[in-house]
Design a protein around this ligand. Structure first.
Ligand code: AMP
Length: 217
């Protein structure tokens, strides 16, 4: 099974991806996480993309598609990927189709995760992330036990630069203008599944049980 997750920043794609990987044989590939790793390692790619990410702007298509194509060279990932945060532009989607063709594999589903903007602003504005292990917290619903210190690894828990309120606005605008049209693109391909994630992840999993394209997952 190969699937992509489409949805605005803060729609819970990452958490949903983790839950899906626990239940089904998916391998979670998040382009945002891969980019953050490059930045943390100070790699040449990390240096090139840092300012785009901090400002809430999309990384150029060419760099993004190259990164994804590299990851898909791994045969296991190629068979079971759950792509989170990619594709995000029309050119990325078209290049991704070509890439899948070259690799001889087919996309099974594009899962569109709905969440209203007001809820997203609450979720992202209160989100805090561990710089060490990436674990996420929320100042109201899931705070760390000791303020600023990760419960799991003791790393520093911070506000991601791209979760600042003005950057959240920009990321949402980019999503609606540039990424949201991909929903129609995948609907036309016949691959679209839609769920609402205003409630709990359990409710999304429940919605999905009735929508999977194949019987065997
Ligand atoms: P995310 O963790 O998915 O919210 O991604 C964080 C940031 O990584 C985005 O705001 C972009 O700067 C960059 N990014 C992640 N995925 C993509 C993509 N498919 N295309 C361009 N930029 C991306």
């Amino acid at each position: 099974m190969r699937m992509i997750l489409l949805g605005p920043p803060g729609s819970g794609k990452g958490t949903l991806a983790e839950a899906l990987c626990q239940r089904y044989p998916f391998i979670h590939v998040s382009t945002g996480n891969l980019f953050r790793q490059h930045i943390a390692n100070g790699s040449p790619l990390g240096l090139e993309i840092r300012s785009y990410m901090d400002q809430g702007e999309l990384v150029p298509d060419e760099l993004t598609v190259k990164l994804v194509e590299e990851v898909l060279q791994d045969p296991k990932i190629r068979e079971h990927f759950l792509l989170d945060g990619f594709p995000r532009t029309q050119p990325q989607a078209a290049l991704f189709d070509q890439c899948l063709k070259r690799l001889g594999v087919k996309l099974d589903a594009a899962l569109h995760v709905h969440v209203p903007d007001t809820l997203i602003k609450q979720r992202l504005g209160g989100r805090r992330v561990c710089q060490g292990c990436g674990k996420t917290y929320h100042i109201e619903s899931y705070p760390e036990k000791v303020s600023g210190v990760c419960d799991s690894c003791g790393g520093a828990v911070i506000l991601r630069p791209d979760d600042r309120p003005e950057v959240i606005e920009k990321r949402l605008k980019t999503y609606h203008e540039i990424t949201a049209p991909l929903v129609e693109y995948y609907r036309k391909q016949g691959n679209l599944l839609e769920v609402d994630n205003s409630g709990s992840i359990e409710s999304v999993l429940e919605q999905l049980q009735h929508k999977w394209p194949h019987e065997e997952q």
